[in-house]
Design a protein around this ligand. Structure first.
Ligand code: COA
Length: 161
């Protein structure tokens, strides 16, 4: 994701106060500081569909890796978010992330559907950014003794802030 994608990002409901330019800047900073961030979702034709990827998010005083997604309105309900989030989840597992979460507002039925389809289950309610949010999550390692907190990765650089 670069400044060249500004017009595309402007078509998404990214919410928050960052705006499209701030969104791209935040994403670039994430790659620099943590080695991961959001990817663009594109069709094989190269047409822009949305974004999906990994960011660090604070929940209840702990930092977790979150999978996030946005699909442009005219491409929704065609499985793009599920396809992208499945690939991101698998990449996170391969990178050694132990526990993956998605933070979703209660009314966001579509995102709850995506979370469910990639195997994330409801974990808890939290207050975040001025409102109630639901945390969905999954342990990515098969080992039952997996530690749920934070993240562990040998391949990616960067520390929990
Ligand atoms: C959330 C979002 C990314 C979903 O993208 P999408 O490509 O349409 O999602 P999918 O087609 O993969 O849908 C996956 C599942 O989610 C659920 N879902 C998706 N859209 C839905 C809707 N409008 N109403 C109810 N359920 C919905 C369904 O269970 C669906 O599976 P199904 O089609 O087999 O029934 C998209 O709606 C979006 O960008 N919304 C605005 C931004 C946003 O909320 N981002 C997330 C912030 S946490």
């Amino acid at each position: 994701m670069t400044e060249a994608d500004l017009a595309s990002i402007a078509t998404l409901e990214v919410g928050g106060s960052r705006g499209p330019a701030g969104w791209i800047e935040w994403n670039r900073r994430n790659y620099t500081e943590h080695g991961f961030g959001l990817w663009l979702i594109e069709k094989h034709s190269g047409d822009f569909v949305g974004d999906c990827g990994l960011t660090l998010q604070e929940v209840g005083g702990e930092w977790f890796v979150e999978v996030g997604w946005h699909v442009r309105s005219d491409a929704q309900r065609q499985g793009y978010a599920t396809e992208a989030a499945t690939a991101v989840r698998d990449a996170a597992r391969e990178a050694g992330i132990e526990h993956l979460i998605a933070i979703i507002r209660p009314h966001n039925v579509a995102s709850r559907g995506v979370a469910r389809k990639i195997g994330l289950e409801f974990e808890r309610e939290v207050h975040k950014n001025g409102g109630l949010a639901l945390v969905f999550g999954a342990d990515l390692r098969n080992d039952a003794s997996t530690c749920r907190s934070g993240f562990m990765h040998d391949g990616w650089q960067g520390a929990v802030p």
